[in-house]
Design a protein around this ligand. Structure first.
Ligand SMILES: [Zn+2]
Length: 140
């Protein structure tokens, strides 16, 4: 078994990897492909190659079906009835690379409030760590 590769072999591998990455980038930038005849209006085709990597053996229902469709849901914080549109789902799964088994749980206003809450908590934690580090440094 050969364990060591020549410079040429390594260069060829790097070139192939670069080509693969370029192909993937082109796919990410391409507009969503037209939906075949079956899905009706308000549906957006799923591009499985663009979904975030997931080690599951299974595919979510929308990926097996081949298109996103509007999903009605209730906000878990304020209880408002909301609609998660097919286009927003495509953005979430294929552009933002959201987990493939995740789905919308909060309305836009509650999502913004939750983001502010998490940012505030994160800031408080970092400030606490800095205060502790300063206290420990002062003891030395
Ligand atoms: Zn809400």
């Amino acid at each position: 078994m050969k364990t060591c590769k020549s410079g040429k072999q390594r260069r060829d591998e790097l070139r192939a990897a670069r080509r693969r990455r370029a192909a993937k980038r082109a796919l990410d930038l391409a507009p969503p492909q037209a939906v075949p005849a079956r899905p009706g209006a308000g549906r957006v085709a799923v591009c499985v190659e663009r979904l975030a990597p997931d080690n599951s053996y299974d595919l979510p229902a929308y990926a097996r079906r081949g298109w996103y469709e509007d999903v009605a849901f209730r906000c878990k914080d304020c209880g408002a009835d909301c609609l998660w549109t097919a286009e927003r789902q495509r953005w979430w799964y294929e552009v933002a690379k959201g987990g493939i088994f995740t789905s919308a749980r909060r309305c836009a206003a509650c999502r913004a409030a939750e983001r502010r809450r998490v940012a505030c908590a994160r800031r408080a934690q970092i400030e606490g760590k800095l205060r502790k580090a300063a206290r420990l440094a002062a003891q030395d």
